[in-house]
Design a protein around this ligand. Structure first.
Ligand SMILES: [Zn+2]
Length: 342
């Protein structure tokens, strides 16, 4: 067989094999076999040395034509295989946008925080500002300025944590009312939310740490009717517009007269149930007209100005509003409990 025929045969075989090269690795092998330095095509060029001089140019032409053809076919095949490889990779990596997303666990606002915010927004809507004060407090603000000098019997109602004789953990948020009145002259309309501490044995309705929201309004001609109107409005904003309210006399050393506010039990509609202890009424806060001595203590003229004050426990409000039976649940951090109040 002439060299020309051998080249033609090799070219046919190479093109046939190229068709079966199914991926880029196979294509590399194919290229080495035919077009590489030790490939078949180069082999023909090497063998040219043994040919007669006049045949060499002809054979050289044939070999070069075959190389050009095979290189072109190689380029086309490579483009095709790269496209196939890309398609395969895209198919394997494809994101299924129809898959449902993984739910993101978000936290919830704690039920006490939520209740505090509800209380705050009810009073803000009536023009009250929010003021916060220190939890570690001077005896002077916690008791003395609130009409409870040393030895006053009302002090025994507060089981106090003492740091020293003159420094306590505040037993109520009222001391901050004094701080507000020291800094600000009437008219004053402020509520004071925050944590308080008492050295109590814990049970279903008492804890040694609890929240309180107190409020204070001082201006000319503030009367018990203003107290009634403001607190009635508050109770209805929080517990529903249809609530009945009841005020009764109560005693707190820094108010005169003092009252407590009850609403008709929304669980039994006033008929009587376990929560309202079969009375039909739920007590939600204590209040009263600010004692003139308390005003004088902060240099507010009690002849010109009068005011009312009130205080409530957000824990108790939440207990009543959501029908919870143990105050200690609030701070056990049991998610099964807390997640119910989404
Ligand atoms: Zn009831």
């Amino acid at each position: 067989m002439s060299i020309q025929d051998q080249v033609a045969e090799m070219q046919q075989r190479a093109l046939g094999e190229l068709e079966t090269a199914s991926d880029l690795v196979a294509l590399d092998e194919w290229r080495l076999k035919y077009l590489g330095k030790k490939g078949e095509l180069t082999g023909f060029l090497r063998s040219m040395g043994s040919l007669p001089a006049e045949e060499r140019p002809v054979v050289g032409q044939v070999v070069n034509a075959a190389r050009k053809l095979l290189e072109e076919a190689d380029g086309l095949r490579q483009t095709r295989l790269q496209a196939i490889a890309l398609d395969q990779r895209l198919a394997a990596d494809r994101v299924d946008v129809t898959l449902p997303g993984r739910p993101v666990e978000t936290g919830r606002v704690h039920i006490i925080t939520r209740t505090m915010r509800e209380i705050e927004s009810a009073f803000k809507a009536m023009g009250f500002q929010v003021a916060e004060g220190p939890e570690v407090e001077l005896d002077f603000y916690n008791f003395e300025q609130l009409n409870m000098p040393p030895g006053h019997p009302a002090r025994s109602m507060h089981d106090t944590f003492y740091f020293s004789e003159s420094v306590v953990l505040r037993t109520h948020t009222s001391p901050n009312q004094i701080r507000v009145m020291e800094k600000q002259k009437p008219p004053i309309r402020v509520i004071v939310p925050g944590k308080c501490y008492r050295s109590e044995a814990t049970d279903a309705t008492h804890d040694f740490m609890f929240y309180q929201v107190e409020g204070l309004a001082v201006d000319r001609n503030v009367t018990l009717a203003d107290l009634r109107g403001t607190l009635t409005d508050f109770a209805r904003r929080l517990f529903g517009a249809e609530r009945k309210v009841r005020f009764r006399c109560d005693y707190f050393p820094y108010v005169e007269p003092g009252v407590d506010l009850s609403i008709d039990c929304m669980l039994c509609g006033g008929k009587g149930c376990r929560v309202c202890k079969y009375s039909g009424w739920l007590e939600i806060l204590g209040a009263g007209m600010v004692h003139p001595q308390v005003l004088r203590n902060v240099d507010i003229d009690s002849e010109k100005y009068s005011g009312f004050a009130f205080g409530m426990g957000p824990s108790r409000i939440a207990l009543l509003k959501y029908g919870i039976d143990d105050i200690r649940q609030f701070f056990r951090n049991d998610l099964r409990f807390l997640e119910q109040f989404a």
